[in-house]
Design a binder for this molecule. Structure first.
Ligand code: FES
Length: 204
């Protein structure tokens, strides 16, 4: 009974959020949580292509049949490759169905690992380190300079599709703080690389 009431309340809150105009919702991209949008909502159909369905079978065959949830990371990676480098909520739901877990079990993995992009990203996704050593050495100013130069907000893509700016936690280069990494998707999301740029200075 309580569970049903809570679920209903959650649905009401979600509907209320969805009615807020998109322009007033830019805080959601800044804070990295999901709100339904026309190209990212659970009602959009999503499934693996026939070729990828074969890969799904192959991936799942690596795990004991009672532990197929362990395939969540390679399946999310495959879904992200299929979807042009990012993971809409309906793709995460499709993965949850395949490995027979509640969708939240997949969301918690996709939101924890920064290799999974939950919004569209540019061909070059600039990830500013937001952890304390980089922050006290000026990573916020670096981010402000990038956003101002590109004319976007955090997690928005430039009109030409080339650049987006996001945040990553410590990348182990604190001695050369502040630093960013550039996720390079110019060879597609299968062959992306992360390139580090350290000891940065802002001219703002
Ligand atoms: S705090 Fe930025 S690399 Fe460690």
């Amino acid at each position: 009974m309580l569970g049903r009431l809570a679920a209903q309340r959650f649905r009401e809150i979600r509907q209320a959020f969805c009615q807020i105009p998109q322009a007033s919702r830019s805080f959601s991209t800044a804070l990295n949580y999901h709100l339904d949008s026309p190209d990212n909502n659970p009602d959009l159909p999503w499934e693996f292509t026939d070729a990828n369905k074969e890969k799904v079978k192959e991936i799942i065959s690596h795990y004991p049949s009672n532990y197929k949830q362990s395939a969540v990371i390679p399946l999310l990676d495959l879904a992200q490759q299929q979807h042009g480098g990012w993971l809409p909520v309906s793709a995460m739901n499709a993965v949850a169905k395949i490995i027979e877990v509640a969708p939240i079990r997949v969301y918690e993995v996709a939101t924890f690992y920064s290799m999974f992009n939950r919004t569209k990203v540019g061909k070059y996704h600039l990830l500013v380190c937001g952890t304390t050593p980089c922050m006290i050495r000026g990573s916020r100013e670096i981010e402000d300079a990038l956003l101002e130069h590109l004319g976007v907000k955090r997690n928005e893509v430039t009109k030409d599709g080339l650049f987006s700016v996001g945040e990553m936690e410590c990348m182990g280069s604190c001695v050369n703080a502040p630093m960013i990494t550039v996720a390079d998707y110019s060879d597609g999301s299968e062959g992306y690389t992360y390139n580090y740029y350290t000891s940065l200075q802002s001219e703002l």
